[in-house]
Design a protein around this ligand. Structure first.
Ligand SMILES: [Ca+2]
Length: 336
């Protein structure tokens, strides 16, 4: 899960350039660690425990470098979708939905979340466990906290990661993940782990690295409880709007989302169809769910109606490119 685009402070810019400044970054981390240490007791962590779990923390230059080149911000829409929504990812998703059918049925029954969407997230986040990342999670969050001290989410994740280590919920040697500080098969951040992680296989502990049921249950619980998931409602449907509607929109290639929120049935009555011309029919009661037009690259390109499930995906990862990719992969996994 990558969160906000990062505002780059002077320290951050300098660190990416020379080795000598890298040494400065490590001394900078020492000074900001002492500030974090002072705040630890108010987060339920004793100073002794905080010192113990942060003893080997190192500045992660990669965290700063990659924050400046996230594909969500640097790659255009068609390229991003081509890379994300691949035949291979969809095929693997279809195989895994079959492999894990019993687990997914139980998860879907418990949390009312669509199995294909959980698979789509697993595929997008780590290519179904192929790319878990090798950046120490605690170090990533402490680096982010030090680079951007005005971001409370970074700081709270540093404390959360420290608690997970203190309590032995994760092992120091394996507590690694993406440059951004997300870890496990479906890339949870530490604060999300504390709020939403679930023991899907019932063995009494939560292991998001090795237990597929734990990771999938945790992801489903996140979708259901961080916002609200509507079982069976597509997050995004590719559509065709009537020319009279399109002509009133800005005629450039900027991303357009929001504005009118109307039921699928209302859009259908106004001449909106699926992209292939078929009727925009939704089974009851979903015909009445409010949806919003979404034009990733301007009114003259691909068009979608997005539901509140799209917002649930954005709560998982605040990138519309990510959310649409998950929606498209999930729809393709589910296609007959
Ligand atoms: Ca478990």
């Amino acid at each position: 899960m990558n969160f906000e685009s990062m505002l780059l402070g002077p320290l951050v810019v300098a660190v990416a350039t020379t080795f000598s400044v890298s040494a400065t970054a490590q001394s900078e981390i020492e000074s900001c660690l002492s500030e974090l240490r002072a705040g630890a007791p108010s987060r339920g962590i004793s100073v002794t425990d905080f010192e113990r779990v942060t003893r080997a923390v190192r500045w992660q230059a990669v965290t700063i470098e990659k924050s400046q080149s996230q594909p969500e911000f640097t790659v255009d829409w068609p390229t991003y979708l081509t890379r994300a929504v691949t035949a291979k990812r969809i095929e693997t998703g279809r195989q895994l939905i079959s492999t894990w059918r019993t687990t997914l049925s139980a998860i879907s029954a418990a949390y009312k979340v669509d199995p294909a969407v959980v698979l789509g997230i697993w595929g997008m986040e780590t290519n179904f466990g192929q790319s878990l990342g090798d950046v120490p999670v605690l170090d990533a969050w402490i680096t982010r906290s030090c680079a951007e001290p005005h971001k409370p989410l970074w700081r709270e994740n540093a404390y959360s990661a420290a608690r997970l280590l203190r309590d032995g919920i994760v092992e120091p040697a394996e507590f690694k993940g993406s440059w951004s500080g997300a870890f496990g098969l479906t890339q949870f951040i530490p604060t999300s782990f504390e709020s939403f992680a679930r023991d899907g296989d019932g063995d009494g502990r939560i292991d998001l690295y090795r237990s597929v049921p734990d990771a999938l249950a945790s992801t489903a619980f996140h979708l259901a409880h961080r916002t609200r998931w509507l079982l069976g409602v597509p997050a995004a449907v590719e559509v065709r709007f009537p020319p009279s509607f399109l002509s009133r929109l800005p005629q450039d290639d900027a991303e357009l989302r929001g504005g009118q929120r109307r039921a699928f049935s209302v859009w259908a009555a106004r001449g909106v169809t699926r992209v292939d011309g078929r009727a925009l029919a939704m089974p009851w009661p979903y015909a009445q769910e409010k949806t919003t037009p979404f034009f990733p690259a301007g009114a003259s390109r691909r068009a979608f109606l997005v539901s509140q499930n799209f917002d649930a995906l954005l709560a998982y990862n605040r990138s519309t490119k990510y959310a649409l990719s998950v929606a498209l992969v999930a729809a393709a996994i589910d296609a007959p």
